[in-house]
Design a protein around this ligand. Structure first.
Ligand code: G4P
Length: 296
């Protein structure tokens, strides 16, 4: 689902999260492991007002493991604990409770010294649309929690969901907006499926994805499409388009007269990429050198 974010929506979304912060101990910031910065809200540090925070790099099953490790190190340098998970299978999710408790170590120790048995950690999950918030909540709850209406401003009665005896979640996640005014961010969000608009500029998005793969995932292109892209000049857009056409030709995306249907080839490339059919691919690396700073 695509959300049209207007200033009013952003203000409301922000206010809703700020109100919930009073109720919780820890924020679970959910990011897409393939594009951790592009799937991040640009004002997150300001919105969370210093609340203890655990970063979850979701959809790790689709992300490049090595690049994800580089991201974990990146967040560590920023003072944040980041844990790669897969909310569909639940992989690594057992770590969420101990990591959250570790963030509250001092508070918990203080309570224990006073003879108070600490209660379950109360958490709020926040993230942009389609990053996996509902999937994570359902997984942690062990049941399907009612759909939350993934729209800024749509709320219902606040409820706590038990995730075992040591973790409680607010049932309505905090929905945040991405830094969509940055074209590089928009392309990454579209390529990974965070923006699932029917009117997506498929060719433009596929061009970005193919160029990135020619640069960093030559092997994946070779394996999936038997294409040798060595020596492609990335500065020459025509050469990248030729790679897209070669994929289209191999996959039978042809128009009458034998010309490649580039639009069709583009949708096919992106569907494959989103579904992980080209292997585990990340579209953002801390060393990319692109300015993807999360500050305003
Ligand atoms: P949201 O609440 O943040 O908006 O996201 P939601 O849970 O609805 O998840 C969005 C999509 O991402 C869902 O796919 C979901 O299955 C998928 N997803 C969530 N976590 C993971 C993960 O760790 N790995 C993978 N591979 N996918 C994940 P969908 O397209 O809505 O449905 P479908 O593809 O399951 O049919």
């Amino acid at each position: 689902m695509t959300i049209q974010w207007f200033p009013g929506h952003m203000t409301r979304a922000r206010r809703q999260i700020e109100e919930k912060l009073k109720l919780i101990d820890v924020v679970i910031e959910l990011l897409d492991a393939r594009i951790p910065l592009s799937s991040r809200n640009p004002m997150i540090d300001e919105i969370l007002q210093g609340k203890p925070r655990l970063v979850l790099l979701n959809k790790f099953d689709l992300a490049d493991p090595q690049t994800t490790q580089a991201w974990v190190a990146y967040f560590k340098r920023k003072g944040l604990d980041a844990l790669p998970i897969d909310a569909v299978t639940g992989n690594q999710m057992k770590e969420i409770v101990p990591r959250s408790q570790a963030l509250l170590k001092e508070k918990i120790e203080r309570q224990l010294r006073k003879g108070i048995q600490p209660r379950a950690v109360r958490a709020l999950i926040v993230g942009i649309p389609n990053v996996g918030k509902s999937t994570l909540i359902n997984r942690l709850a062990g049941r399907k929690v009612a759909a939350t209406g993934d729209k800024p401003g749509v709320t219902k009665g606040q409820q706590w969901i038990k995730a075992g005896s040591e973790l409680e979640l607010l049932d309505t996640p905090g929905i945040l907006w991405p830094k969509f005014e940055d074209p590089g961010v928009g392309l990454r969000l579209a390529a990974t499926g965070a923006i699932r608009d029917e009117v997506l500029p498929w060719e433009e998005v596929a061009f970005f994805a193919v160029k990135y793969m020619v640069q960093y995932y030559e092997e994946a292109l070779k394996e999936r499409f038997s294409l040798d892209v060595e020596g492609i000049d990335l500065e020459n857009p025509q050469e990248v388009v030729e790679v897209m056409e070669a994929i289209g030709r191999k996959r039978g995306c042809l128009q009458s007269g034998g010309r490649v249907d580039l639009e069709k080839a583009s949708t096919l490339i992106l569907r494959d990429l989103r579904a992980g059919k080209m292997g585990r691919i990340s579209l953002e690396h801390p060393d990319d050198g692109v300015d993807l700073s999360v500050e305003r």
